[in-house]
Design a protein around this ligand. Structure first.
Ligand code: WTA
Length: 677
């Protein structure tokens, strides 16, 4: 195989051998109660009615000032939705529900320790807590509209409280997944220029009370090194009445929220009236190259889109108890635990811990105890629960009407277990494909309208018009069995507005590949590149095959290969590093790391351990490589490019193809022998 060809083989090619799966009709019981049973929605949201169709989503919200223009495309590809409109996201998630839902549970907080009481927080209680904390953020931390603040919080009720308090003030929150290291937090603090870090002393995970505050100290020190000063660290206490971390407080910098809060008791803060296009939050995600990028999401477009999709795709209704097991540290949690559900006045579950703790029956006990009827999780969690407790769901008396899977492709076998065993064949399943960048779902069946097909996400959701291009920019038609680069033809309200402080990268990475005319002001000339490979079947259903760029999707979490490689390079002895994805039964993909050493250094177990530790310290345990292979050289092209595809084939014991055009073909065999040893 010629070099370039070898390099271009995408994950796409694996899937073409999958066979077609049969369709499953949505259960009648579900259809009878669904929010959306009118197939006319596809016509209402057809290209002829674009962009005005999205009025339907915007009208689910309260606007302080109604908008004048649905979509402004005068500065492509920086689209603006609902121009002229003003609103506040916190008001839409709380204040406006008080007249009807004052006493209704907004959040059920489920602690990991089973002996600890579940907290049922009403809309009134959440409103009170958010207002008090907003007063504290404003008057004590000096935060105001447009400021950025970094959050590094676990899955506790205080996280939505914090996000909503920020939204109330117009402060842009940037929540970093709690499993990420202090170093990762620092990078995001620096990029967003946050002066305040909000964290928690400790939280429960897998049976342990983890010291979380220690990561804040690392984050502050590292941010300082990179030139960003953190003035205040606000620390929520996992147990309101005591400090549960071993890490000392630094006077003048560290403040315990629960100690300060009594001063703000009963305080109310007017929600800031935000322009629709003012940012609501940043969510950092891994991209093709270099450091994570801050996806900037708007207030109006984003909130309208997540509310509309939560209503129609998740079928959220005020009577439902909805549990999304994702972490709020990822986009799924932002859109479909916090903003979408609360905008619809639903009751959402926030679970602190590991799904399989203390055993694989835990999720089903929680579902039975809280009468959860809508369930939402990832293929990784489904695989783990299936392996650890294939027969557990049947032992518990719960009934789901609706289940979601999100984050990675789901194998049809795993889908079927989810449908049959977890859903007891009573629940409709939606496989939702989307991204941090898009804010909300791009492809999924409409639960009461479309038949389910295991392993396929379904058609595009209303108002989203995808296209699959081959590398030459020609459209790949439905039913061809060929995979290609899936793009979205049109702007959608949920899509991010730009990469924080890097508009050029935003344009370059997402819009130039298939742009027909850089001077065009017509959105039709600016398809959005998702970075995923996909195939479109005859029946109009998409199968998403995975990333075509240098991103490894580990358990539904995107990690950049560059980030992991740079982490390995922080170890002094390491000269070069290359990371490749390798299939994992539970997590889908995990990173496998190859390194070469600088001259004069010998390989040793200690060195392997230090490299692994460096990756964990820089990024977090989620990036821990399956193996660290210290090799004499890496396979390279004649121009010196590392051939990750060859390494990937070695890691998965697959055929590496013809490597004779490499600069150092002999190394391939050498590495294979070393791996076998
Ligand atoms: C992948 C998560 C197959 C895809 C919401 C995408 C999926 C990346 C699915 C985004 C799905 C997400 N089927 N693959 N249903 N959902 N993906 O930004 O590769 O964390 O580009 O957003 O996950 O991951 P992100």
């Amino acid at each position: 195989m010629p070099e370039e060809k070898l390099e271009r083989i995408s994950e796409a090619e694996i899937a073409v051998h999958w066979h077609e799966e049969e369709h499953y009709p949505p259960p009648a019981g579900f259809i009878g109660q669904a929010n959306l049973t009118d197939a006319g929605i596809y016509r209402r949201f057809s290209p002829e009615n674009f962009p005005d169709c999205f009025k339907e989503y915007a009208d689910l919200l309260d606007w302080d000032r109604y908008w004048e223009q649905t979509l402004d495309t005068s500065n492509p590809p920086f689209w603006n939705w609902f121009v002229g409109g003003r609103l506040n996201a916190c008001h839409n998630c709380l204040d406006r529900h008080l007249p009807r839902h004052n006493n209704k549970t907004a959040l059920h907080f489920v602690p990991e320790p089973e002996g600890e009481r579940i907290q049922h927080i009403t809309y009134r209680e959440l409103f009170v807590r958010v207002n008090e904390f907003a007063a504290l953020l404003r008057d004590f931390a000096g935060l105001k509209r447009g400021d950025r603040v970094t959050l590094h919080m676990p899955m506790v009720a205080e996280l939505p409280v914090t996000m909503l308090a920020c939204a109330r003030l117009g402060v842009i929150h940037s929540q970093v997944f709690s499993g990420f290291s202090g170093k990762s937090v620092a990078d995001r603090v620096v990029d967003s220029e946050s002066r305040v870090l909000i964290t928690m002393d400790a939280y429960h995970r897998s049976g342990k009370l983890l010291d979380h505050k220690e990561k804040a100290d690392l984050a502050v020190a590292e941010a300082q090194k990179q030139g960003q000063q953190i003035d205040k660290v606000l620390i929520w206490q996992r147990y309101a009445e005591r400090y549960s971390s071993e890490t000392p407080l630094q006077p003048g910098r560290d403040f315990r929220v629960n100690e300060l809060l009594p001063k703000y008791r009963g305080r109310r803060v007017e929600p800031e009236s935000m322009a629709a296009e003012e940012p609501l939050f940043l969510m950092y995600t891994s991209g093709t190259t270099g450091k994570p990028k801050g996806c900037q999401h708007s207030t109006g477009g984003y909130l309208a889109y997540v509310t509309g999709t939560a209503k129609y795709i998740q079928d959220l209704q005020p009577e439902d108890v909805y549990w999304c097991m994702a972490d709020i540290g990822w986009i799924t949690g932002h859109s479909y635990i916090v903003y979408g559900p609360l905008a619809l006045a639903a009751s959402a579950v926030v679970y602190e811990g590991l799904p399989t703790y203390p055993d694989a029956g835990r999720p089903w006990r929680i579902a039975a105890e809280l009468d959860v009827n809508i369930f939402h999780t990832s293929p990784t969690a489904i695989r783990a629960l299936r392996r650890a407790g294939p027969d557990e769901p049947a032992k518990y008396d719960y009934h789901f009407k609706h289940m979601t899977t999100v984050g990675e492709p789901i194998e049809p076998e795993v889908w079927k277990w989810y449908y049959r065993v977890v859903g007891k064949q009573e629940a409709v399943v939606v496989d939702t494909w989307w991204q941090t960048e898009t804010g909300g779902v791009l492809s999924s069946t409409l639960p009461a309208l479309g038949a389910m097909k295991p392993g396929s996400t379904g058609p595009a959701v209303p108002g989203v018009y995808p296209v699959i291009y081959d590398d030459a920019g020609d459209e790949i038609p439905a039913g061809s069995g060929k995979a290609g680069n899936i793009c979205i033809r049109n702007p959608i309200p949920g899509n991010f507005q730009t990469i924080w402080k890097d508009p050029e990268r935003y344009v370059a990475q997402y819009y130039t590949r298939y742009c027909r005319d850089r001077n065009s002001k017509d959105w039709r000339d600016w398809p959005y590149l998702t970075g995923d490979g996909a195939v479109l079947a005859e029946d109009g259903y998409y199968r998403i095959l995975g990333r075509i760029d240098d991103v490894i999707n580990v358990a539904g979490h995107r990690l950049g290969t560059k980030e992991i490689e740079s982490a390995a390079l922080t170890v002094n002895e390491v000269a070069e590093a290359a990371v490749v994805p390798v299939a994992d039964e539970i997590k889908g993909k995990i990173p496998d790391l190859y390194v070469t050493l600088k001259p004069g250094f010998e390989k040793s177990l200690d060195l392997v351990k230090r490299i692994e530790a460096a990756v964990v310290a820089e990024i977090g345990p989620i990036a821990r490589p399956k193996t660290v292979q210290i090799v004499p050289d890496l396979p390279k092209t004649r121009s010196g490019k590392i051939m990750r595809r060859v390494l990937a084939a070695l890691s998965s014991d697959q055929d590496v193809g013809d490597v004779s055009t490499l600069a150092n073909p002999e190394i391939v065999e050498a590495i294979r022998r070393m791996r076998g040893a």
